[in-house]
Design a protein around this ligand. Structure first.
Ligand code: SF4
Length: 695
């Protein structure tokens, strides 16, 4: 059989959602994966880790048979069983839990291991039909969402392809070189063709910051102070667009006076940047009409992240940059797709009175914390798909303790024996994206795509949808969505949402759902009820913890500040070759990343007498983690970066980096402050280091 090149879509948790061309070697094997040249966003470019996807999909460690635990929880000791036995066991235990404690004692848990709508969100259909506990989805986008929606009212923005037409691109709190390479494609065009400048705002010199014209290396969690100072300069220097402010914003009468007290001196003391750096950035930004801010997630993973996101979205509202081609700010296009997910998620049977548990509080909830459990029954049984909370959830020592509970029944449907799967009672082998059909939207651009099944899965792997169908039959969960094939669900959802049918989308490879210019630039009004951008958002409409939010854009003093006992601030920025823990098992990624490493400023390293390669313990009240040191002058003294995510078992003692991060929700809506952690740092052989045993 000769090699065929087939269309597909990258399913991973990355806003680029690349259009792919896959070399299909036969009915079970692929070769190289390429970016589709004809797609105007992907433009033929994908990241290296997906280019070499064959090493992941054909990995010898893939799970291929259902497993039943035979050793202690977490031991990874299993025996192979058949699918019927596995599904019967899960159904029996779910029914037993519901009989004893009520249906809310069963908590299906998932996230974005695949972004395919059918495979990712189908678990909610089972949840809703069975009245199992709901999941508040906070782990990734919640804090950014809250900050964005507060001012703009809608998850849309100027087309990211317009970056190629900008004269200034500001990458704020993101590292597209590592996490969405296509942004670099479009901004590079602007640099080459228009001489555009690139500014990166990031607390460390990431791969993107390395190639920038200006890198503002501020302290973690101080972004709102920088944004306020730039707005201060705009008003001070006559660059505020007062006509735009009057026409398109709520322009509160006290905004100018509020910002007058937040100038570069004030911001320099908070951010650690120099007054000159802030003034230089303010001059560049406020004088450029086509100034495009691409907002990342990094700066929102802080206890003041939602407030910071809102403050940054205020910048183009002050200068009026929103109205120019190549100007404004962009975070996500998720509102342009207007999906009807009734059939995928069983929204027609959703009962909003069922308990909703914050997914970031999984550790506390499993350990019986009444607040996390919302006063309801204990969690007695779980099915986990598409996520690896033993590693990725904050306060992960508690998560592992919770997953170790002997009275918890845990089923995990996975592609590899992840740290989470090791705690399971039953492990089910899962397909990868080229082994099933699914439908994709792109947060970082505007294309709807279908990724069809291209090859047969290895062994006995089944898709998420097939597993849910098997469980529904055993549990008596009736819903038309369980009777449909994956492609029928795709087709139904496309048609119900007002898009072309599945065949048309397949034939054309994608549908560009981009908004017209005026709508994308909010020229007919923002998404708020009064159609104005809000400098003074009604935070009570955004989240329950709204009383802590500032009335006007401001630096919110809620971060986990350094103390004499914990003088460092830790960030767990994404490693270039990993993506959450999806690529942690692949040899190409592991070799390039090396080992878990702390980037430490040379002054701090000198003081602690740490040389490159030394082992160091990083700790706080949540636990301790051991890593190796690399001296790095691309951050401020007092900041430490451990690029992530390595699995727990990749660390000494099996204790991963999220042991240190807190799960307390970011106001006002929630979210995990992964880059907002106060820690101490000590040489690993110091007698003052403590040790938290892995459960
Ligand atoms: S850049 Fe993102 S969407 Fe594109 S192939 Fe890589 S992980 Fe997938």
């Amino acid at each position: 059989m000769s090699t065929a090149v087939r269309h597909s879509v990258c399913p991973h948790d990355c806003p680029s959602t690349c259009a792919l061309e896959v070399e299909v070697l036969d009915n079970a094997r692929i070769g190289r994966v390429h970016g589709a040249k004809a797609n105007s966003y992907t433009a033929g470019v994908i990241c290296a880790k997906v280019g070499r996807y064959a090493e992941r999909i054909h990995h010898p460690d893939r799970l291929t048979r259902p497993l039943m635990r035979v050793g202690p929880k977490g031991s990874g000791e299993f025996r192979e069983i058949g699918w019927d036995e596995a599904l019967d066991q899960i159904a029996e235990r779910f029914l037993a839990a519901a009989t004893r404690f009520g249906p809310e004692s069963v908590w299906p848990y998932y996230y974005a291991g695949t972004m395919g709508l059918v495979m990712r969100d189908g678990i909610n259909r089972l949840r809703h039909v069975m009245r199992y506990s709901r999941q508040k989805k906070t782990i990734c986008t919640a804090s950014a969402e809250a900050g964005w929606i507060a001012g703009t009212g809608r998850f849309v923005g100027p087309d990211p392809r317009e970056m190629a037409k900008a004269d200034l691109i500001v990458i704020w709190g993101g590292n597209p070189v590592a996490t969405q390479v296509n942004v670099m494609t479009h901004l590079t065009r602007a640099r080459k063709e228009r001489g555009a400048k690139l500014v990166v705002v990031d607390p460390y010199r990431s791969g993107t910051a390395e190639v920038a014209d200006m890198h503002l290396c501020l302290r973690p969690g101080t972004d709102a102070a920088l944004a306020c100072a730039v707005m201060h300069c705009a008003f001070r220097d006559g660059h505020a667009d007062r006509q735009y402010l009057q026409a398109y914003t709520d322009f509160p009468p006290d905004l100018e006076a509020h910002l007058a007290a937040r100038g570069p001196d004030w911001a320099a003391a908070i951010t650690g940047l120099s007054v000159d750096q802030i003034e230089a950035f303010a001059r560049l930004y406020t004088a450029t009409r086509r100034a495009y801010i691409r907002l990342g997630y990094g700066f929102t993973r802080s206890r003041n992240g939602s407030a910071a996101m809102h403050a940054v979205t205020c910048l183009p509202a002050v200068t009026g940059a929103w109205k120019h081609e190549g100007g404004g700010a962009f975070w996500s296009n998720r509102s342009i797709y207007h999906w009807d997910k009734t059939m995928i998620e069983g929204l027609d049977v959703l009962d909003k009175s069922t308990r909703e548990i914050d997914m970031c509080l999984i550790g506390a909830a499993l350990l019986g914390d009444a607040g996390a459990l919302k006063g309801g029954p204990p969690i007695a049984a779980m099915l986990i798909q598409n996520t690896n909370p033993a590693v990725v959830a904050p306060d992960s020592y508690k998560v592992r303790q919770g997953l170790s509970r002997e009275d918890l029944f845990l089923a995990v449907h996975e592609q590899f024996l992840t740290d989470t799967a090791r705690y399971a009672d039953v492990v089910l082998p899962a397909t990868m994206f080229m082994e099933h059909d699914d439908l994709y939207q792109a947060g970082g651009h505007s294309h709807i795509q279908i990724g069809p099944k291209l090859i047969e899965p290895p062994g006995e792997c089944r898709s998420n949808h097939e597993v849910l169908q098997g469980l529904a039959r055993r549990l008596g969960a009736a819903h038309p969505g369980f009777e449909m094939t994956e492609m029928e669900l795709v087709d139904w959802t496309l048609r119900a949402s007002g898009w072309p049918d599945a065949k048309t989308v397949m034939d054309e490879h994608w549908v560009d759902a981009a908004l017209p210019f005026r709508e994308a630039h909010f020229l007919d009004g923002f998404g708020t009820p009064d159609k104005k951008f809000h400098f003074t958002p009604d935070w009570s409409k955004v989240g329950a913890d709204w009383r802590r939010m500032p009335r006007l854009p401001d630096q919110l003093d809620t971060i986990e500040a350094a103390t004499p006992d914990k003088p460092f601030r830790l960030m767990t920025s994404p490693a270039r070759q990993f993506l959450n823990t999806t690529f942690t098992p692949t040899p190409g990624s592991r070799t390039r990343e090396g080992r878990p490493t702390a980037l430490v400023h040379p002054d701090d390293a000198e003081r602690l007498r740490l040389a490159d390669g030394d082992r160091v313990r990083i700790g706080n009240e949540r636990g301790t983690v051991t890593v190796h040191v690399r001296r790095f002058d691309g951050l401020q003294p007092g900041t430490v970066v451990v690029e992530s995510l390595w699995g727990n078992t990749d660390f000494e003692d099996g204790i991963g980096i999220n042991t240190l991060t807190g799960a307390d929700p970011i106001p006002p809506f929630g979210g995990a402050a992964f880059h907002d952690t106060a820690v101490w740092l000590r040489p690993a052989d110091s007698p003052r280091t403590s040790f938290t045993p892995s459960p």
